[in-house]
Design a protein around this ligand. Structure first.
Ligand SMILES: Nc1ncnc2c1ncn2[C@@H]1O[C@H](COP(=O)(O)OP(=O)(O)OP(=O)(O)O)[C@@H](O)[C@H]1O
Length: 359
């Protein structure tokens, strides 16, 4: 039996995680992290109060202690600032990955350990295993449609050793069944959308609140003007929609192939393999983080260059400290600076890093 602090988000997954731990005989406390309360009134729905009510109702139903932990300042410093800085500098940040490392298994885990808990559990779809070496490994979740191990790819061994993911062993329908069995008010609640904690606020509205528009020209590779953009930070490499330029070629879309930061120009090209800049089979990965041991470079591994991507065979070559060269077997479309690469061997998560150079 262990003393566990469960992150109750007010969703069905974390509710079921708490119920499963109780069934297994652990001493469970629930906690809601108050990270983002939309104090600045951004447009969109930020349902944190509803989520807090739901989390409290679940804890009551399960008969467990419930705490609300105010992490607003830490969330601002560790996630919001990172997000805004990333967009300001023209890269594509991934707040969900950083949130696990910095918040749920960062500040929240530190709080839990200080308070005498041995573990932090969440409703992530991932599996944790004890290795013969005494270390903890993270595997993909049992439900291939829900696997969230990608978001855990920057976690450290210390963090993983204190983590539990009870619903990761189950398929989603079975998770809802656990919630129904315990008559939890979240059993039928629909899955949340939007970025970590910011609820249903659209990323574009979020960015616009912090970074003023900076309009400029949209051009093709030859420099011919195709239209106007609102600011380079509002576009992502490979983006097909939202740039407002209709393609004159049947069945062939215009996509974002580059950002010319110096001249504030957005460059579009055809969505095909021969378009310069759109496909690449080499990149530099920085902030490399490994879960169990440094990568054995002789081994063939796979990488997810983004969430829900297909695993791609790849090879790593060390550069220095926490940087490696990543070579894909096949050229990849629209790799974006700032995004996270998650490395796997079969179903096991090896670690991850940040795209720092492409091509
Ligand atoms: N505000 C929060 N307070 C406490 N824990 C949280 C909070 N937000 C997320 N978590 C924890 O992190 C897990 C993954 O978060 P994510 O936002 O991906 O939720 P989810 O997959 O929609 O799960 P859920 O159905 O539990 O909301 C949650 O299952 C929960 O354990």
């Amino acid at each position: 039996m262990a003393k566990v602090l469960v992150g109750l988000s007010g969703g069905v997954d974390s509710s079921a995680a708490a119920a499963l731990l109780i069934e297994q005989g652990h001493e469970v406390t629930g906690a809601f992290m108050k990270n983002w309360i939309n104090a600045e009134g951004l447009p969109g729905d930020c349902p944190w109060e509803r989520d807090l009510d739901d989390a409290l109702a679940v804890a009551r139903k399960l008969g467990i202690e419930f705490r609300v932990i105010d992490l607003i300042d830490q969330y601002k410093a560790r996630i919001v600032d990172y997000l805004v800085e990333g967009y300001r500098s023209g890269v594509t940040p991934n707040p969900d990955v950083w949130c696990n490392r910095e918040m749920k298994f960062g500040v929240f885990l530190d709080y839990a350990l200080e308070q005498g808990f041995e573990r932090v559990a969440t409703g992530h779809y991932a599996r944790r295993r004890d290795l013969a070496t005494g270390q903890a490994a993270i595997l993909k979740g049992a439900d291939p449609n829900k696997d969230q191990s990608y978001f855990l790819s920057l976690m450290t061994q210390r963090q993983a050793s204190h983590a539990w993911f009870p619903v990761g062993e189950l398929l989603k329908p079975a998770v809802r069944e656990v919630a129904r069995r315990h008559d939890l008010p979240t059993a039928g609640k629909k899955d949340s959308q939007g970025i970590c904690f910011i609820g249903e606020i659209k990323m574009r509205d979020f960015i616009r609140h912090y970074i003023p528009d900076s309009p400029g020209d949209i051009v093709d590779a030859s420099g011919k003007k195709l239209g106007r953009h609102d600011g380079l930070h509002l576009y992502t490499l490979g983006q097909r929609k939202g740039h407002g330029v209709a393609s004159p070629r049947d069945g062939m879309a215009y996509v974002v192939v580059a950002k010319d930061l110096e001249n504030n120009r957005l460059i579009l090209g055809w969505d095909e393999a021969s378009t310069p800049g759109l496909y690449s089979n080499r990149s530099v990965i920085g902030t490399l983080s490994t879960l169990n041991e440094p990568f054995d470079l002789a081994r063939r591994i796979e990488v997810l260059p983004r969430y829900r991507a297909k695993p791609e065979p790849c090879r790593l070559v060390p550069i220095d400290g926490d940087r490696v060269e990543l070579h894909f077997d096949k050229p990849q479309r629209a790799l974006a600076l700032g995004q996270i690469a998650a490395f796997y061997e079969g179903g096991r998560l090896l670690g991850g890093g940040v795209f720092q150079e492409i091509g």
